[in-house]
Design a protein around this ligand. Structure first.
Ligand code: E4P
Length: 217
């Protein structure tokens, strides 16, 4: 499973990219707003920090303008993936950009039917929002299972990018289902590698080692 970081905070991205565990970054208009930075500047900077795909989202709602925005965003760096919403205009834009060889991430997916349409429109990634479904009383992970099954049945190349992740269990369960990517807030990536028993065990090992009076280097 690939890990993308779901943030536009460049310091967080640099810090986590240094672990070698970050395969890409996703942003959205809300995350860019939270960063307080210029959109084009921050996207270019992120694209220079990670080698993998960096999703930059369009904000127009009509196909013609969305396509122009997508073409402009795609020129910012070689590793830009254009993000469009799962609307009719978004899918038209996805098809046009994908036909042009530009990678597209179709976002705001909340049903298997929507995911099927995005794959047919040539999306490189589909972003089902698990946390937001959980928030309204549905099981977001059921949607991941459905999409993985459907895409597998037809050998679609579209990668399942689990989005709106709220905690490590979303990632682990989605990985069991074979989802290709999880985009996680920085906090969740840290939760994945931290464990209190690891810290406790390491403390004990270091104390015992110090008592031997030996060194390795
Ligand atoms: C996906 O690309 C979105 O940016 C993101 O996962 C949305 O998550 P949220 O529901 O926590 O806002």
């Amino acid at each position: 499973m690939k890990f993308f970081i779901d943030t536009a905070d460049i310091d967080e991205i640099k810090d986590l990219a240094a672990t070698g565990l970050v395969d890409g970054v996703t942003t959205n208009p809300s995350l860019v707003a939270q960063s307080g930075r210029d959109f084009f500047e921050v996207i270019k900077e992120i694209a220079g920090v990670v080698d993998g795909p960096v999703s930059a989202e369009t904000v127009a709602t009509d196909h013609e303008t969305m396509l122009k925005e997508g073409l402009k965003l795609a020129k910012l760096a070689d590793n830009i993936t254009v993000k469009v919403p799962l609307t009719v205009d978004g899918l038209k834009t996805c098809k046009a950009l994908s036909d042009d060889g530009i990678k597209v991430n179709v976002t705001l997916c909340f049903s298997a039917g929507q995911a099927l349409l995005a794959a047919k429109a040539g999306a490189a990634f589909i972003s089902p929002f698990v946390g937001r479904l959980d928030d309204i009383g549905f099981d977001g992970l059921d949607l991941i299972a459905e999409i993985c099954t459907i895409y597998g049945n037809y050998d679609f190349d579209t990668e399942v990018l689990v989005a709106s992740v709220r905690g490590p269990l979303h990632v682990i369960d989605a990985a069991k289902m074979g989802a290709d990517v999880a985009t996680v807030p920085p906090k969740v990536l840290r939760q994945l590698y931290n464990h209190p028993l690891t810290d406790k065990g390491l403390d004990a090992f270091l104390k015992d080692w110090a008592a031997t009076g030996q060194t390795i280097l």
